[in-house]
Design a protein around this ligand. Structure first.
Ligand code: ADP
Ligand code: ADP
Ligand code: MG
Length: 538
């Protein structure tokens, strides 16, 4: 081995090599004695989208604040001037960038991560907000491209998460700037919206702007970026930006857990995507048959075709926003009454809602131990669920003080330790970084396989869908008006059906088996559409 492996991450499976000595040179900012330290910075290039891939708490936002001129880096000493920063980056591509920043020639625009907080800061109608933002005179184009026509006259405080996200992206694009930063632009969006947003952000770079983005949906990051940086380190302690890497290669190195140029292994195992035909499916016994169900809200109507679920399988639910996925899951959970049909089974159901409330008074440990204290001591649950999700580190925290990502991990854990026959998880990846998404995916798979239980998972992240699903449930229709839930079907049939309606094709990356979106109109895209093979599963 390297002989210098020392640090342990909160996710205890991850070991990080110690800092090589030469890195001391790349020390950019230290928040204080024994506080977080940032090493190196990402490149910023006109006409390019630079993607950042890395866990939460490793300095991505810190780096962006520096590049945006909001934080003067102390260079891990007592630096107080931009001139010293320019000197420190002499010969580096960032030298000119910092010179221009010092001279006031660079104006940065930032699309923030937590769009849910926007209504607290900005009041009024969407139209007025976007009109005020519009410095480039592209209001009509941007509104059309982001499909915001219907919400222009709506008050910002009445927007859904996905609508807020698109308004925030529109507001950023309408500004006249040189440097644009998009912090997690895909949250709350469905797959079609994610790739659409990716294309719109790419267009900014094509017009010569410099774009930086943090993105945890790997299919989107892949589609969006010209180059990527992997950020590694110990969350909360230090973070190191890798050299810029070609997007395909960088994501592959990330999945392998090994950065070649840096000679750093940051995860002891590789992440592989197996073809579902290779998966040993033990799903055989029927858990339940559910009947035809209808939910009529007046404005929106969902029709569910009858179907059956097997023991030991994971079924992913896919479809656009506003098509009734949450409504279906709520009917199975007994939270909503169907208008027609009946869910009259004897099954025990455990449900994690899409929007989680932190209204519990007490610590994480108290919450979880009240559900099932024995599972917290069980070694299988420790290795497969609690440790990979970093739950023991949260035990002493108050539930109502958790961050979005922490709350999500606790809510998933609470749902999975509950004794049930059927587990319903509505959008478990929201607010999680890639490492956490993969940890959650593995946990769901292993628990269902081992215990012979069944999980239904609503999800938009294609890599996660690919990683966890035995079968798919596709929702079709007209968002906000009517939806139809098809019975669970095989992955190939399901993905073809789903992706055809979205108009996007995927291929498999040969080295890691991960799905990659084809560029629209590329040779592969056209060939696959002609054959009707939107997704390569075999
Ligand atoms: P990321 O964007 O990758 O999630 P951040 O750059 O937001 O990471 O934060 C990296 C680390 O720096 C975190 O542990 C955070 O708590 C710490 N940190 C952020 N801002 C400050 C600050 N002003 N003072 C001290 N520590 C900070
Ligand atoms: P998805 O989970 O696929 O995004 P939902 O099931 O949350 O979709 O919502 C489907 C449609 O039903 C949306 O148009 C939503 O506004 C509407 N809807 C959801 N809950 C209610 C309700 N309680 N009353 C009226 N309409 C609702
Ligand atoms: Mg939903």
């Amino acid at each position: 081995g390297c002989g210098i492996c020392v640090h342990k991450c909160p996710f205890n499976a991850i070991t990080i090599v110690n800092l090589p000595e030469e890195l001391e040179e790349g020390c950019v900012h230290r928040y204080g004695v024994n506080a977080f330290v940032l090493y190196r910075l990402p490149v910023v290039k006109d006409g390019m989208v630079v993607g950042i891939l890395g866990p939460n708490g490793t300095g991505k936002t810190t780096a962006v604040k520096i590049l945006a001129g909001q934080l003067l880096p102390n260079l891990c000493g007592d630096n107080e001037s931009w001139d010293n920063v320019i000197r420190a980056f002499r010969g580096n591509e960032l030298q000119t960038y910092f010179e221009r920043l010092r001279d006031g020639e660079i104006r940065p625009v930032v699309k923030p991560q937590y769009v849910d907080l926007i209504p607290k800061a900005v009041k009024g109608k969407v139209r007025d907000l976007l009109k005020r933002a519009d410095e480039v005179g592209a209001f009509d184009d941007v509104v059309r491209e982001l499909e915001l026509e219907n919400v222009l006259d709506r008050d910002i405080k009445h927007l859904s998460g996905g609508e807020l996200q698109r308004v925030a992206i529109a507001a950023a694009i309408l500004r006249k700037a040189h440097f644009y930063f998009f912090d997690e632009p895909s949250s709350y969006l469905d797959i079609r919206q994610r790739l659409k947003v990716a294309r719109i952000i790419r267009k900014l770079a094509d017009s010569g702007k410099s774009v930086l983005t943090v993105e945890h949906d790997l299919a989107v990051l892949d589609y969006l970026s010209d180059v990527i940086h992997v950020v590694y380190g110990k969350p909360g302690a230090y973070g190191i930006f890798s050299q810029p890497k070609g997007t395909r290669n960088g994501i592959n190195e990330f999945l392998r857990g090994y950065l070649r140029d840096e000679n750093v292994r940051f995860r002891p195992y590789e992440i592989r995507f197996t073809k579902s035909s290779e998966r040993q499916s033990q799903a055989s016994d029927v858990l339940v048959q559910y009947p035809r169900l209808v939910k009529d809200y007046g404005g929106f109507k969902l029709e569910v075709e009858p179907g059956e679920l097997y023991m030991g399988e994971v079924v992913s639910i896919v479809g656009p926003n506003g098509i009734g996925k949450t409504t279906f899951v709520k009917m199975l959970a007994g939270v909503e009454e169907p208008t027609k049909g009946e869910v009259d089974w004897e099954l025990k159901v455990s449900y994690k809602p899409q929007y989680i409330k932190a209204d519990y008074e007490g610590t994480v440990y108290e919450l979880l131990s009240r559900i099932d204290a024995a599972k917290l001591l069980n070694s299988f649950y420790k290795t497969e669920l609690l440790n990979p999700l970093g739950i023991p580190d949260l035990y002493d925290k108050q539930v109502n003080e958790l961050s979005g990502g922490e709350l999500q991990r606790v809510a998933i854990t609470a749902a999975l330790i509950r004794d049930a026959d059927l587990y319903l998880l509505d959008e478990p990846s929201a607010y999680l970084d890639v490492e956490q998404r993969l940890a959650v995916s593995r946990a769901i798979r292993h628990l269902m396989e081992k215990e012979g239980k069944t999980a239904l998972v609503v999800e938009h992240d294609v890599l996660m869908i690919d990683y966890i699903s035995d079968r798919l449930m596709v929702f079709e229709g007209e968002p906000g008006r009517h939806g139809r839930a098809l019975p669970p079907m095989g992955m190939r049939e399901g993905m073809n059906r789903f992706l055809a309606s979205v108009g996007i094709t995927f291929r498999r990356e040969p080295e890691t088996g991960r799905p990659r979106a084809n560029k629209e109109g590329s040779v592969k895209d056209r060939e696959q559409k002609e054959m009707g093979e939107y997704y390569y599963v075999s």
